[in-house]
Design a protein around this ligand. Structure first.
Ligand code: NAD
Length: 492
């Protein structure tokens, strides 16, 4: 029997999407060294891709550097036109791209389709932002002088991207870089190279010139080392774990690159007793189980006020019990496999630790046909602050619920983390919502909503959740240098 993933790959309209070649200096490079791509749901090998070397990366850096001059000189409206064509091709081939995302990442196909649309949206957003990369004039503090500020492209940019949003994390970075006037070299996660290479094909077809977008797949250390060391690479944008983010920040220090980091989260989700419980449960379901929990915005600590605690746990447990676990290509699936076995194992460790320390575990029975990367959606109630899940990000479909008594207490507990990406507050009190939105130490706060991302918002975290912002009008700044110019001696 032909496996589900293989059958879908065979029926792609664009068979070239699975050719597995890397894009370097306008050429598709096959190469003898290959890496296997695996369907995380079954462990089946579904494709192979070229494994690029450090020498390949050196060639890519040189090509990007050569392409920079002409790309930066192109009028922003022309660059924007190319970005819009790229987005439009992504929308035309969205079904093929979504299948690639599902077979290599595992998420349900419906979510993969949303990701492709979300990803295309960044290209469209930045197509327009490039035309608005305004400078300033400064009222002068010196007689007979005029002061200007110009925003100019920083130079060659590098992007190291994760496997949880394998399309959108590329376009969120590439859209901003290209709109600013910078070429970009992308190193996608080894688990999800197919969608990255497919998106690169569409960039080429949209008219992105040779060397302006390149995608190289391979060993992360082998490929990132030249990117970090080379002085021609002026900006580095990374999404992934805090641990690797720290390493890259250190590595980029040698050549003092501009670094932007989107790192781990550990989102608190606060439910007060004045709230409509059904709405809060609906929000918690979305904030916890989207992308099968493999989302840096995922609610990791759901604090529920004592008065509604029992009712919340009961309603939440029934909603969780309705989630269907399975292959992302099956239309009934809500929760797919974890992309990496290590993530599934971390989920199991968090469940075991909580159970050993007295939490109540409500877990759907695991279907024995499902492989080791699957984690049944699990509710842990009566979680305490000393349990692992209350202290570190889980990145899977395990929901931890913790009771609290007062606003002051829950704010202190929510802020007692080195992570500061997203936080959620559910309350019917406007004054409380305003108070908490002021004092919570997170880069993004959803008040009575779990849905707030999209191209217009400044995505990013405080503390060890990252540096810089992506999307919004701020995202383009990560790829620009500010230049101050003083015109003096103007008296005739
Ligand atoms: P990771 O940080 O190891 O991988 C992310 C990217 O970094 C991939 O492209 C990977 O190949 C690359 N990478 C890994 N080691 C590297 C190194 N030494 N030098 C250069 N590049 C390197 O992420 P992971 O371990 O696969 O995921 C685990 C954790 O990462 C999750 O639990 C979560 O906390 C975090 N994460 C966050 C996001 C996010 O959206 N912020 C996305 C994915 C993962």
């Amino acid at each position: 029997m032909i496996a589900l993933a293989t059958r879908h790959l065979k029926s792609l309209h664009r068979r070239d999407f699975v050719a597995g070649a890397a894009l370097i200096d306008g050429h598709w490079i096959g190469g003898e060294q290959r890496d296997i791509v695996v369907d995380p749901a079954t462990g089946d090998e579904i494709a192979d891709v070229a494994r690029c070397s450090a020498a390949d990366m050196d060639r890519a850096i040189a090509a990007a550097d050569r392409s920079f001059g002409a790309w930066r000189e192109l009028l922003p409206a022309k660059r924007g036109g190319i970005l819009r064509s790229w987005a439009s091709l992504m929308r035309n081939y969205s079904e093929d791209l979504a299948v690639l995302v599902t077979v290599e990442q595992g998420k349900p196909l419906a979510e993969a389709r949303c990701e492709v649309a979300y990803g295309a949206g960044f290209l469209e957003w930045f197509a327009a932002e490039g035309e608005r990369a305004y400078g300033e004039t400064i009222p002068s503090h010196k007689a007979g002088s005029v002061l200007h500020v110009r925003m100019q492209p920083i130079g060659v940019a590098a992007a190291i991207t994760p496997w949880n949003f394998p399309v959108a994390m590329i376009t969120r970075k590439a859209g901003a870089a290209l709109a600013a006037g910078c070429p970009i070299i992308v190193k996608p996660a080894p688990e999800t190279p197919l969608s990255a290479l497919a998106v690169a094909r569409l960039a080429e077809e949209a008219g992105v010139p040779r060397g302006v977008v390149q995608v190289l797949v391979g060993d992360p250390v082998v490929l990132s080392t030249p990117l970090l060391r080379d002085t021609r690479v002026r900006a580095l944008s990374f999404t992934g774990s805090t641990q690797v983010g720290r390493l890259l920040l250190e590595g980029a220090a040698e050549t003092v690159k501009k670094v932007s980091l989107e790192l781990g989260g550990h989102a608190p989700f606060l439910v007060f007793d004045d709230v409509d419980l059904d709405k809060a449960v609906k929000g918690a379901m979305a904030a916890k189980f989207a992308t099968s929990g493999q989302d840096c915005l995922a609610a990791n600590r759901i604090y529920v006020q004592r008065g509604v605690y029992g009712a919340f746990v009961e309603t939440f447990a029934s909603a969780i019990a309705r989630l269907k676990v399975g292959h992302g290509l099956e239309s009934t699936t809500d929760i797919g496999p974890m992309t990496k076995l290590s993530v599934a194992n971390k989920c199991r460790a968090h469940i075991d630790d909580a159970a050993a320390k007295g939490a109540r575990v409500i877990s759907a029975k695991q279907n024995s046909r499902l492989g080791p990367n699957f984690v049944p959606p699990t509710l842990l109630s009566d979680v305490t602050d000393s349990m692992l899940i209350a202290r570190e990000e889980t990145f899977g479909p395990v929901a931890a619920v913790l009771p609290f008594d007062s606003e002051e207490e829950v704010l202190a507990r929510a802020n007692a983390s080195e992570m500061g990406l997203a936080a959620y507050v559910y309350t019917d009190s406007l004054r409380r919502a305003l108070r908490l939105s002021e004092s919570i130490e997170y880069g993004m706060v959803g008040i009575n909503t779990a849905s707030f991302t999209g191209p217009p918002i400044p995505f990013g975290g405080w503390k060890q959740s990252g540096l810089g912002r992506e999307g919004s009008r701020h995202g383009i700044d990560e790829f620009m240098e500010l230049k101050y110019i003083c015109f003096g001696d103007l008296a005739a």
